[in-house]
Design a protein around this ligand. Structure first.
Ligand SMILES: Nc1ncnc2c1ncn2[C@@H]1O[C@H](COP(=O)(O)OP(=O)(O)O)[C@@H](O)[C@H]1O
Ligand SMILES: [Mg+2]
Length: 322
């Protein structure tokens, strides 16, 4: 085993690091400090993942706050964030490591020029850590400057091809990676791992079994209102209520792509820009493109349908707070 780098002591000017939360309430507080509004079930899954040193697998529709959890964890715990954005065709050389060929070539040339002829020695030299380009998954096995393991965010795993998942298995179960020329590199202590998937395809059971699984659902109206308060504090209370009720109603419709929390936040910011403190049919129609990203969905909602939802929403809200 070849643990990379040595754990350095924290210098005088590095920020205070948070220790890991002791209980579920502490996780709730940690997320709240990072302006993340979580329900107890998510905080519990996160607490267990942190305590038992297992990756957390977050699955859910786009825009429900999965990626944000990884970012908030890194920020709130004061750990380095290492993010691997997945895409089709992602391979080991972009995700784990790559040899620095040009530097190796230079080294060989220098060896030749200085009359070095021992091939074995040259080979040993050029396949050493100095010539290794560490990509995110390998970087995540090293502690940061303060000696603490980082947060590794493997984002949108469903975008990769299945063979890539096989590479992840060793990493996620043993927090180690094997480089044939060097050996096995193991993290001195496991990184905090968050894996997300938008579920455009099923992720293999073998990966899921190594993780704690949590389905991130759309928030209910109360929590979405809470999120707006935190993320768009400038919005008028009444407007926020209308927005949330409208979006919640849209999510009951048969649409190709339902609006996520990201869209609710965007819409609120857009309406503030338009100086709105109250929703009206014209404004809804002209801003539907902030909420819905498919022309068919917009066509379905525009006009009388949007007006009908808005009427419903307003009468519902009037009943709650006459
Ligand atoms: N529970 C939440 N609390 C605070 N902000 C949230 C929450 N859920 C979603 N958001 C916000 O919604 C946006 C989209 O979240 P993101 O994590 O990118 O979604 P996903 O990764 O699920 O597609 C971000 O701006 C995030 O801050
Ligand atoms: Mg995301």
């Amino acid at each position: 085993m070849t643990p990379f780098g040595s754990a350095q002591m924290r210098g005088p000017d590095t920020p205070m690091k948070q220790s890991l939360p002791d209980n579920v309430d502490a996780v709730m507080e940690l997320l709240a400090a990072g302006r993340y509004v979580a329900d107890r079930s998510l905080a519990t899954a996160l607490f267990l993942a942190l305590r038992l040193e297992r990756p957390l697998f977050l699955e859910g529709e786009a825009g429900v706050g999965k990626t944000e959890i990884g970012k908030v964890l890194s920020e709130a715990l004061g750990r380095r964030l290492i993010r691997l954005q997945c895409y089709e065709g992602l391979d080991v050389s972009s995700a784990v490591y790559e040899w620095n060929y040009s530097l190796q070539m230079i080294d060989i040339r220098i060896a030749e020029a200085t009359g070095e002829t021992d091939r074995e020695r040259i080979e040993k030299g050029i396949f050493s850590e100095r010539f290794l380009i560490k990509r995110p998954l390998l970087q995540a096995l090293e502690p940061d400057v303060s000696g603490l393991p980082p947060v590794l965010l493997i984002d949108e795993l469903d975008r990769t091809d299945e063979p890539f998942e096989a590479f992840l298995l060793e990493l996620l179960s043993d927090f180690q990676a094997t480089i044939p020329e060097i050996g096995t590199v193991k993290a001195p202590s496991p990184p905090i791992v968050v894996v997300t998937s938008n579920r455009t395809r099923e992720i293999h059971d073998a990966i899921k079994r190594r993780c704690f699984y949590f389905w991130v659902d759309y928030p209910d109206a109360a929590r979405e209102l809470e999120i707006l308060k935190v993320k768009v504090p400038g919005a008028a209370e009444e407007l926020s209520r209308q927005i949330v009720a409208f979006v919640q109603e849209l999510r009951n419709r048969d649409l190709f792509k339902l609006p996520g929390v990201a869209e609710t936040i965007d819409w609120t910011n857009a309406l503030i820009q338009l100086d709105k403190i109250d929703l009206d049919p014209d404004t809804v129609n002209s801003t539907l493109g902030v909420l819905l990203k498919y022309q068919d969905d917009i066509e379905k909602m525009r006009g009388s349908e949007a007006a009908r939802i808005l009427d419903e929403v307003k009468s519902q809200l009037a009943q709650i707070q006459p």
